[in-house]
Write a protein that binds this ligand. Structure first.
Ligand code: SAM
Length: 351
């Protein structure tokens, strides 16, 4: 078992996970994260007794119970979710299991919970497209946020971040870590196959499976049509080639580096199978590798798309195969918050 703070270890031992993640008939609530993922994020939060916490994504209420245990009777957890049924369920379950120090609201977490702040801590279980201004407005001095945030303007680029507000009003990121969560959505989802934001072109194949592309290069009406054509070709006229990585090379590091460097034509995709892909695409060709190993790539059209992906992999190797641990995060202000970026040090360059 990974090592957590003594208080979190005690909370994990004290709370019956099944009481939250299972319904009365024994089935699992769909919106559950694994105990290890929940504990990893909470462990980073440095939550102390008496603190007020905003949680975004109540889900089963299990994480809410852990937070409420750590904050203690003097502390308070305000937890929001967009799914009414989950909100009502958690409102009943939490006091019944000894956590009256919780307020559960149906709300879009991107707005925070302005009536209930300021918060000493904010934690989110869904990926935000950027750091919302509302979270910083509602964060107390010397507060801390642990949340997955998109590292690139493509779907599935969420990276775990720990953000602090110290000295001035500018937030800064002091940790990056792997964290794969669903993208935040303002309404309850009626399907799970196509991510709720960042998708530029999408379709269903003959058997109803979802195919989509996400890439900044697709974001004009003309390019949208080209993207649709490309997606058709990826369904009907495609080849599988090996690479760009060799077996055993760290695919997660390559992926994080691509999100950080954001090379031209960076595209994420799903092509009807349960895995999602990353690679290079342009109007007349695409090469999209599986994100788990990056050792197998689907291509269509111009062969130069696969060459570009190979060049990216070679540039990454020449830079020493940097991954999350080598990236320096930055936040850039815009009118409604901050976007997350990262560079991989002096050797980082656009491939
Ligand atoms: C991974 S699940 C919950 C994990 C939770 N901590 C647990 O295991 O019990 C993510 C939750 O975030 C919620 N969610 C997604 N987007 C949201 C948003 N914009 N505001 C509030 N909740 C959101 C989803 O409805 C879902 O319940």
């Amino acid at each position: 078992m990974p090592s957590y703070s003594p208080a979190l270890t005690a909370a994990l031992a004290a709370i019956d996970e099944d009481a939250f993640v299972r319904r009365a008939d024994g089935t699992l609530v769909a919106q559950s994260s694994s105990q290890q993922i929940i504990a990893d994020l909470i462990n980073r939060l440095d939550l102390q007794p008496g603190m007020t916490v905003l949680e975004i994504g109540t889900g089963t209420g299990y994480s809410t119970a852990l937070l409420a245990h750590l904050a203690g009777a003097e502390g308070h957890i305000v937890s929001v979710d967009v799914v009414t049924e989950l909100v009502e369920r958690a409102r009943t379950l939490l006091p019944a299991h000894g956590y009256p120090n919780t307020t559960i609201l149906r709300a879009d977490g991107v707005q925070g919970a302005p009536e209930h702040g300021p918060f000493d801590r904010i934690i989110a279980w869904a990926t935000a497209p950027h750091l919302p201004a509302a979270w910083i407005t509602q964060l107390a001095f010397e507060g801390m946020i642990v949340a997955p945030i998109a590292l690139a303007p493509v779907s599935k680029s969420g990276i775990g971040t720990r953000i602090r507000l110290t000295g001035d009003t500018n937030p800064h990121v002091d940790q990056l870590f792997p964290a794969g969560f669903v993208e935040m959505h303002g309404q309850e989802l009626d399907q799970w196959l196509i991510p709720p934001y960042g998708i530029d072109v999408a379709c269903r194949d003959d058997t109803g499976r979802a195919c989509w592309l996400s890439g900044p290069w697709l974001r004009s009406p003309e390019q949208y049509l080209q993207g649709q054509h490309l997606l058709d070709n990826l369904a009907t006229d495609r080849r599988e080639v090996s690479g760009p990585l060799e077996q055993g090379e760290p695919a997660a590091d390559f992926r994080a580096w691509l999100f950080a460097t954001q090379p031209d034509g960076l595209t994420t995709a799903a092509l009807g199978d349960p895995i999602w892909r990353i690679g290079h695409a342009h109007p007349t060709g695409a090469a999209l590798t599986d994100t788990r190993t990056a050792t197998s790539t689907i291509t269509t059209g111009d062969p130069d798309a696969a060459d570009v992906l190979t060049t990216w992999a070679n540039t990454w190797r020449q830079a020493g195969c940097p991954g999350l641990a080598h990236l320096q995060p930055h936040l850039t202000a815009f009118h409604d918050g901050w976007t997350l970026h990262a560079t991989s040090g002096p050797e980082a360059r656009r491939p």
